[in-house]
Write a protein that binds this ligand. Sequence first.
Ligand SMILES: *Cc1c(COP(=O)(O)O)cnc(C)c1O
Length: 448
Amino acid sequence: MHAYPRIKKQDPKIYKMIEREWDRQADGLELIPSENYTSPAVMEAMGSILTNKYSEGYPGRRYYGGNEFIDEIEQEAIDRTKKIFGVPYANVQPYSGSPANLAVYVATCKPGDTVMGLNLPDGGHLTHGWKYSATAQFYKSVPYHVRQDGRVDMEEVRALALEHKPKLIWVGATAYPYQYDYAAFAKIADEVGAFLAADIAHVAGLIVASAHPSPVPHAHIVTTTTHKTLRGPRGGIIMTTDRGIKKDAELASRIDKAIIPGLQGGPHNHQTAAIAIALKEAATPAFRSYGKQIIKNAKALADSLKTNGMTLVSGGTENHLILLDLVPIFGAGGGHFASDALEAAGMTANKNTIPKDPSSAFYPSGVRIGTPAITTRGMKEKDMKKVGEWIARAIHAIQEYRLPEGKDARVAYLAQCKKEIFRNKELLKIRAEIKTFCKKFVLPHTAR
Ligand SMILES: *Cc1c(COP(=O)(O)O)cnc(C)c1O
């Protein structure tokens, strides 16, 4: 790696750490569905002089001087967001997805108001009202759930909404292999007078590529991260739709006020420029095929996993991610074993709960796998066949492990397993095979 000569000279300790992370990203298969490899142009913007400027406020209305050019950059990011998603208003200042969501609460609810979102162990996000999130401490959270097949239980959503009359309903998730029925959510939200916020953090890139339905015709508010399938810098965007303006003419300005002065100070201008650049990339035909390929790859990977003896929640996928149900292999609570085995074998994924998990959020029984990052590397369906084989081989290599009862026994057993897993010959063999395989697929930042 020769990309950061000044860091190398000035701070060799940090340089060494970055260098090792660089190699880790290059040598293994990145299967975490919320991760991606962004473009060198986006990274240039993130490392640009724009980081030096304070610009509290919005284009044309700033508290600080010297914002002539920052105004242009932010306005361009806003205009590109409006165009690509087809919305009348956008706020591009949220530092990331979680602050974007918090701003939606501040804009639409008073502390103590009732809100609804998908329960976290069912695939929902922390910020949709999970009990340990600030969103459940400041607001009354009434979570809804998925059915045994993993689909949102729309009958439950409607019954809970009628009973609790929420001010705000979230649709969106972080571990959900299906598409969302945005129209059904909108109907329920209208019935009880709630705001409907669609959180498209995971699927924004698929939506832009027309590979997933858009919530814009149905929701009042749409939030997203910019660093997942959208493949930009870390960041967040909040959009207000025509329906949102129709419900509340002040909604967009309420959202702007919720960001500043409500929650944030100065926007991260380097990030704003990088978002604008990512949106230009996302508007290209190449990105369109990328988004479609993510889904083709996810389906091919799901098929390969099933062929190789794995069980999938929902039996497959309608988007970019797959949930492995590991109960048939390890019994309850095998997520740790599988994610450690995958890591030892050169594949990064995360343990995750499955619908009606027989274990707990702390010792979940599944693993979440996604194709956005490996698709960016240029992998296609035939490569997914191999990836599926490696995943299955890695999990089968340690299939004798069982999660013991009792907290202390678990901690000791898992530590012992982890040691064994990182010395396991079969897993080390897979790791070497994957490292060789990965050399064929360049990363955007090493492409010439
Ligand atoms: C990732 C994610 C977020 C939060 O994004 P951060 O940038 O990590 O704060 C919010 N909602 C959903 C559905 C997500 O998947």
